[in-house]
Design a protein around this ligand. Sequence first.
Ligand code: XMP
Length: 506
Amino acid sequence: MERIVILDFGAQYNQLIARRVREQGVFSELLPPMSSIDRIRGEGLSGIILSGSPDSVYAEDGRRCLPEIFELGVPVLGICYGMQLMTHMLGGKVEQAPVREYAGVKAHFEQSPLFSDMPDSTVWMSHNDMVTKAPDGFHVIASTDECPIAAIENTSKRLFAVQFHPEVAHTEYCAQFFKNFTRNICGCTGSWSPENLIDGIINDIRAQVGGRKVVAGLSGGVDSSVAAALVSKAVGDKLTCIFVDHGLLRKNEAEEVMHFYRENMRLNVIEVDAREYFLSQLAGVTEPEKKRKIIGESFVRVFEREAKKIGGAELLLQGTIYPDVIESGSGGASVIKSHHNVGGLPEKFGFELLEPLRPFFKDEVRAIGEALGMPKELVWRQPFPGPGLGIRILGDITEEKLNILRDSDWILRDEIKKAGMDREIWQYFTVFTGMRSVGVMGDSRTYDYAIGVRAVVSTDAMTVEFAEIPHKLLRKISNRIIAEVPHVNRVVYDITDKPPGTIEWE
Ligand code: XMP
């Protein structure tokens, strides 16, 4: 296997670097910066990338890596902070930049294997510090008006570094850059693809499970469904699936999902009605991270009870995917939210985890699902978070608020589907904002709730843009929600991209 390791110094968009490498057909993984050399070397190491960071190389607590990585004989590429760190560790000079750059700027490239087939063009700059003297043995290979040392190389040692962010789509030759690094410099063949890995994943599942029983939490979403399909292929009836109705599902969801699993996927699924249990655990809780922890723990307790009933299952299958792991703080980046199936897990529970999709992004999971022949309606279902409507209600969760949310969400989904926009929009749902305001309906004053509509386009949920739903359709959605859902007198449309927002409101 060809593998590129990205040492994650904590920039929020380091996942994008991993994606860009994978788009070139090379497996990539993010590791904490001080990972051991053995861990970094692992199997098939073809190259190392040092990521960006909010740190400064001069700060005492600025993150570092082991100097041995420059001696491993594989190419190393520093990006932004990665360039500054490489420079600092190898004897060059880094200083505060006279102007803080945060923009797309024109770069001039010199002859270098890193810039093959890249004419002078726009690159994305976002930095406070910059290299003012390259280490001995390095040449300057790119410059911009404000940044005379915008990239450096030492070809004999196979060390390269760029001050700009090639992973961001605003860098015009973004894909070509990663092709140059992975193919020309690291010599990878680019034969990796998630579909090619299916046999290997199934073998790994068999090896981990042995003769033991597995329970799977199914949510109706693509991740847990693809995970269950893989395990079912690997170990057949040792797998029992559990669909938990936690009372935070959308309208008609439990019926639809159960029908789907039984009829179309022929999985052995038990439905557990845990509505009262979850809602009583959540009563009065308003803090979003606390809600997530309670939901994560309640799931595990339900699975433990059910595992006993089927004669003791030792493994719990989860549809955890790579962004869940990263956003929950397992790399170098800060914790954004505790995804219920990663950071939301209690400290102690009676299972060994089985997480075959942990290294994959959502579109890769979908590709695996399609290659397994799973129904398209399931593979392309819009993502629905494990904690469900629990993370779409601001403030405490009550049955009344849940009903308002379910009814408004159902109307939105109905209208988006009728307009044929359900495939082009990544996610669309309503939010219970908790705000009340004065309105007028039928000549009378109202003092009712505002419902938020959220709809975003994306390819991987890491960065999103709000969906440009036609105003006419927005008006129809708003009119229907106010007319058909009691206690709602206002509908607002969220026009925030991610970043700076997130997809969910919580
Ligand atoms: P955010 O709100 O972080 O969401 O922009 C990114 C994507 O992740 C989904 N999401 C979750 N999915 N368990 C899940 O299975 C979770 O705890 C969770 N939290 C957010 C969200 O719906 C979006 O697709």
